[in-house]
Write a protein that binds this ligand. Structure first.
Ligand code: G6P
Length: 606
């Protein structure tokens, strides 16, 4: 949801900013812009509506002086995605890029207009540029002008600011939106996410809220907005490989990331099984104490679907009752959960505003909170009582794939961790579940290596030719069904919905007619027979059903046959097929797979 970059260092800034923005394009693609010092040491601002390629075309032949530069990629909130509304925004010598929402934009516009500032865009960001300008006029100091401007602003922001009269300075600050600092060779970066600067440095520190990062000739100073003493910068090494943020020989990031599923499972398991004991050890959870009397998952989108699987895993291995809540709904309801319950936020990005809000709601009421996230140093890791990192590596495709696989692994591990600690533990069941999980990376790798892409393409043609696609599933297959439907909507724009198989006859079955397709993953060993009854009901009404099933769950040859599976492992296989089915359908339709319309990977607004 908007991405920002700031750079100060020896490299040519225009090409560096464009390259860094290309790593953030998953955050928005309504417009893009860059500001840099040109050969005459004047700030040149170049902006273009639409995708980054439009900006890159405008920047052909432009090169700047080494020095500060800022860039932005926009997901529109205030104002249409036009060039006028594209960032950077300028007021006198001050140039600003912003991610977030200024809530008192209207009042500030009014007062700034009455002071003679004129507005050239509909964005809330322009008020920030004018405010900093106003304070710069009186103080002559860029960090101080930003500090004073922040006093007047309500809302969320990550800002990078430069000043034409200060060619050696760059300022960044954040509250409620992410901003990371990167430290390179004689260089500093400000960015919404790590992949933006991973090519140049792995040294990163999340900027704490309300602390101004003032970079100048003397280096970096971290100045708290409230005037307390400067903080000491503490950089850490990000465990991400720079090539993980490259497409390699794949056509799309999404395709590459589907094939990285086995690695995501393996890395998420790494170091979490006690050697020789065959037991799960989540030392990260030590701070939460013994197992809770209740566990509540809060999440959005794909992460919500991982939470639904988590409920089934945990409830089948322990006696802990589990609830799963849509974060945006949970956060505004009174908390009616047991004392001592854990509230667990699952979020790939660690920045989703609704999930952060839900966790904050629980934290304020004294509940212990756990973050399950893929991004080290993300906002949720700083706000939760404990963090369990998934280790899928950077996920660039907007539609989540390998991160979902890593989330399934994490909730599976969580179930095993909690099983070990409850009276009801069924030793044998847990042992088997762990054995199967440990074999999963290799099994999934083998499965992906022997894929029948011809069959998947045949199914994709059927999906592309249908008007509406209904995904059904029971038990473990229900979260897979709704995730399958979400993936299809996200990248093919085909109307699709997911239902519990048993619910079909209570309404959705009325939709069955020629042109409507039903997709049914069948990997729940306990409920697949029941699901077949639902499939028969559809077929009896002339509907076409595509099944994804293994020999033990399929009485007839399925549309996509899975190998024989054990326990819950089929979840990984069916997920891969559902992801590939959406992917191949979107490619067939000629869609922009990695940057589907209207979406943003990281949703930092409510
Ligand atoms: C956005 C993305 C989805 C994602 C959801 C939750 O809507 O488009 O793909 O599942 O946010 O994101 P999170 O980072 O919290 O997992």
């Amino acid at each position: 949801m908007c991405g920002i970059i700031g750079y100060i260092g020896p490299e040519e800034p225009v090409s560096l900013v464009l390259e860094a923005l290309s790593r953030l394009e998953y955050r928005g693609y309504d417009s893009a812009g860059v500001a840099y010092f040109d050969r005459e040491a004047k700030v040149d601002v170049v902006r273009a509506s639409g995708k980054l390629s439009n900006l890159a075309a405008l920047c052909q032949g432009r090169a700047g002086l080494p020095g500060p530069a800022i860039g932005h990629i926009r997901w529109a909130t205030h104002g249409a995605p036009t060039e006028e509304n594209a960032h950077p925004h300028r007021s006198g010598p001050i140039v600003v890029v912003h991610n977030g929402i200024i809530e008192n934009d209207r009042e500030l516009r009014k007062s700034l207009s009455s002071e003679g500032f004129s507005f050239s865009s509909e964005t809330d960001t322009e008020v920030v540029a004018h405010l900093v300008h106003r304070h710069y006029r009186t103080t002559g100091s860029l960090p101080e002008a930003v500090r004073l401007a922040l006093r007047e602003i309500a809302g969320s922001y990550a800002l990078a600011v430069l000043c034409e009269e200060r060619p050696g300075e760059l300022v960044g600050v954040r509250r409620g939106a992410p901003l990371l600092l990167g430290e390179g060779e004689n260089a500093y970066f400000l960015a919404s996410d790590v992949p933006a600067f991973l090519k140049w440095t792995r040294k990163m520190m999340p900027l704490p809220p309300d602390v101004i990062a003032a970079i100048g000739p003397d280096g970096l100073a971290l100045l708290p907005v409230d005037g307390s003493p400067p903080l000491v910068p503490l950089f850490e090494e990000v465990p991400w490989d720079p090539v993980a943020a490259e497409k390699g020989h794949y056509r799309h990031f999404m395709e590459k990331e589907i094939f990285e599923g086995p690695r995501a499972i393996m890395d998420t398991l790494e170091g979490r099984i006690a050697p020789g004991h065959g037991r799960v050890m989540l030392s990260e959870l030590a701070r939460l104490g013994p197992s809770p009397p209740e566990l509540v998952f809060v999440a959005c989108g794909t992460s919500y679907h991982a939470a639904l699987l988590g409920r089934q895993f945990i409830e089948s291995l322990s006696d802990i009752p589990v609830r799963v809540e849509i974060a945006s709904e949970f956060r505004y309801r009174p908390l009616r959960i047991r004392k001592g319950a854990w509230v667990v936020g699952i979020t790939q990005s660690g920045e989703t505003a609704d999930t952060l809000g839900a966790l904050d709601h629980a934290r304020r009421e004294g509940y212990l909170t756990l973050a399950v996230t893929n991004v080290p140093g993300s906002s949720i890791t700083r706000e939760a009582s404990a963090t369990l990192l998934t280790r899928a590596g950077p996920e660039i495709g907007v539609a989540s794939t390998k991160a979902f696989v890593a989330q399934i692994t994490a909730v599976w591990l969580l179930a095993l961790h909690l099983a070990r600690r409850t009276a009801l533990r069924e030793e044998e069941g847990s042992k088997k579940a762990l054995e199967i999980l440990l074999k999963s990376p290799a099994r999934l790798e083998g499965f992906l290596g022997a894929l029948d892409l011809g069959t998947i393409d045949g199914l994709a043609e059927k999906v592309a030719a249908s008007r509406f696609v209904i995904f059904i599933g029971r038990g473990l297959d229900y979260p897979l069904a709704i995730e399958g439907a979400l993936k299809l909507k996200e990248i093919t724009y085909r109307p699709a919905d997911g239902y519990p198989g048993g619910e079909l006859k209570h309404g959705p079955i009325a939709l069955i007619e020629p042109g409507v397709l039903v997709v049914a993953p069948l990997v729940d060993p306990d409920l697949s027979a029941k699901e077949w009854s639902n499939i028969r009901e559809v077929e009896a009404r002339g509907g076409t059903v595509l099944t994804i099933a293994s020999p033990e769950t399929a009485p007839v040859l399925p549309a996509y046959p899975l190998p024989a599976t054990e326990g819950w492992e089929g979840v990984f296989f069916a997920t891969a097929i559902l992801q590939l089915l959406s992917y191949r359908t979107a490619v067939l339709m000629g869609n922009d797979v990695d940057q589907p319309r209207n979406l943003a990977k990281s949703v930092t607004v409510e």
